[in-house]
Ligand binder design. Structure first.
Ligand SMILES: O=P(O)(O)OC[C@H]1O[C@H](OP(=O)(O)OP(=O)(O)O)[C@H](O)[C@@H]1O
Ligand SMILES: O=C(O)c1cc(=O)[nH]c(=O)[nH]1
Ligand SMILES: [Mg+2]
Length: 194
């Protein structure tokens, strides 16, 4: 499955949104990938995550577990882990910091793939990887459905992206006038009150 195939899945799901969005990083963008509309369709989610699992195995070989950052990473992490035939876990924020909770744990040195939905700046991925390492896991790779940086971000481990594209994103004080003129949507969970 190549980038165009993946974007067609987003288009067909009505998940390739245009407007004015504030992203998890605080950057503003005219494009938002509303991945929940993709993952709500089991067959679509399976097509994407099966392809991602195959790419992970082809790149780094077998792994012991997949761990994702909540909320967006949970469904693709679970589905990708299913095709890797490994257990699926997630980290979630406690006092702002990602942690393994709910009885999830890793054995020291276990080979972990961090599975993310969308990568923009890589901040969520790096935070998730740090949490896995703190818990004792060896993160052999990061994987995502879409890398919006077009391969530019560095998450500290190899990043395996099913689709890679460069999407414009701007700091709040440097918005192009046509973007500034549109009302802002803040669809992610990072700024939700706890
Ligand atoms: O590479 P980054 O700049 O970190 O951006 C990508 C992250 O942003 C979104 O999560 P968000 O924090 O919006 O919450 P969600 O997972 O609940 O959608 C998305 O799920 C990624 O985790
Ligand atoms: O950077 C983000 O927060 C982000 C971008 C995007 O297209 N989709 C998403 O869910 N999050
Ligand atoms: Mg997320």
């Amino acid at each position: 499955m190549n980038t165009e195939d993946v974007l067609n899945e987003f288009r067909d799901a009505g998940a390739l949104r245009e407007g004015h969005f504030v992203l998890s990083s605080g950057l503003h963008s005219p494009v938002f990938l509303q991945k929940n509309l993709v993952f709500m369709d089991g067959a679509r989610c399976e097509r994407l995550c099966k392809a991602l699992a195959e790419k992970i195995v082809a790149t780094v070989g077998p792994v012991d577990a997949a761990i994702s950052p909540a909320v967006g990473g949970i469904i693709p992490g679970y589905e990708t882990a299913k095709h890797l035939n490994v257990r699926s876990m997630y980290v979630e924020r406690e006092g702002g910091e990602f942690k393994l909770r709910r009885g999830f744990s890793v054995e020291p040195g276990e080979k972990i793939v961090m599975v993310e939905d969308i990568v923009t700046t890589g901040l969520s991925s790096r935070e998730c990887i740090a949490a896995i390492q703190k818990a004792g896991g060896h993160v052999v790779a990061a994987a995502c459905i879409v890398d919006r940086s077009g391969g530019k971000v560095d998450v500290g481990v190899p990043l395996i992206a099913l689709a890679s594209m460069e999407v414009p994103a701007y700091p709040a004080d440097a918005l192009p006038p046509e973007l500034a003129a549109l009302p802002v949507e803040d669809p992610g969970s990072r700024r939700l009150s706890k």
